[in-house]
Design a protein around this ligand. Structure first.
Ligand SMILES: Cc1cc2nc3c(=O)[nH]c(=O)nc-3n(C[C@H](O)[C@H](O)[C@H](O)COP(=O)(O)O)c2cc1C
Length: 144
């Protein structure tokens, strides 16, 4: 049976969308049957297989608006069939660096998902092309 990879994007300005698309391609190359959601909707995601959450942080450490309904919906879900990766984009000049990704990680764990690797928190101050480091990281994870 084919493994599924669902890439779930939280973004305001588009950077996390580029990263999500690049990571979906990595998954595809590794043989996953992939989908990507830019307006994540729990009702159209498989509650099994692998999820990859790729989200920025905005406001005062908040999740982007497009992923907030999804994040709230996770509170009523059993995600024990899900294995997940978390990638965050943020700016280390904020003391709420990558708090959106950290919030998603907590919600996944609380709902019973297995986090497959230490989440990647990309500081866009040091990585002006965040997809480069994200692709390297995900390739390494999939080789493990
Ligand atoms: C108004 C505003 C607020 C932000 N707040 C945070 C923050 O609290 N923590 C953080 O780590 N990054 C913060 N950032 C940085 C963004 O997360 C970063 O620029 C990211 O690359 C944006 O990704 P996106 O284009 O997918 O939304 C903020 C950026 C803006 C413009």
């Amino acid at each position: 049976m084919t493994n599924t990879l669902s890439v779930i994007v939280g973004s305001v300005l588009g950077a996390s969308e580029y990263v999500g698309e690049a990571l979906e391609q990595v998954g595809k190359n590794a043989g996953f049957d992939t989908q990507i959601q830019f307006e994540p909707n729990i009702d159209t995601l498989p509650l099994k297989g692998t999820w990859l959450i790729c989200t920025s942080t905005h406001g005062a450490g908040d999740l982007p608006e497009n992923i907030q309904p999804f994040a709230e919906a996770l509170e009523n879900c059993d995600l024990s069939g899900i294995k997940a990766y978390v990638v965050g984009l943020g700016d280390s000049s904020y003391d709420t660096f990558c708090h959106g990704a950290i919030a998603m990680e907590r919600k996944l764990l609380k709902a019973g998902a297995t986090i497959l690797a230490e989440p990647l928190h990309i500081d866009v101050l040091n990585h002006p092309i965040p997809e480069d480091i994200a692709v390297d990281w995900f390739n390494k994870q999939l080789q493990n």
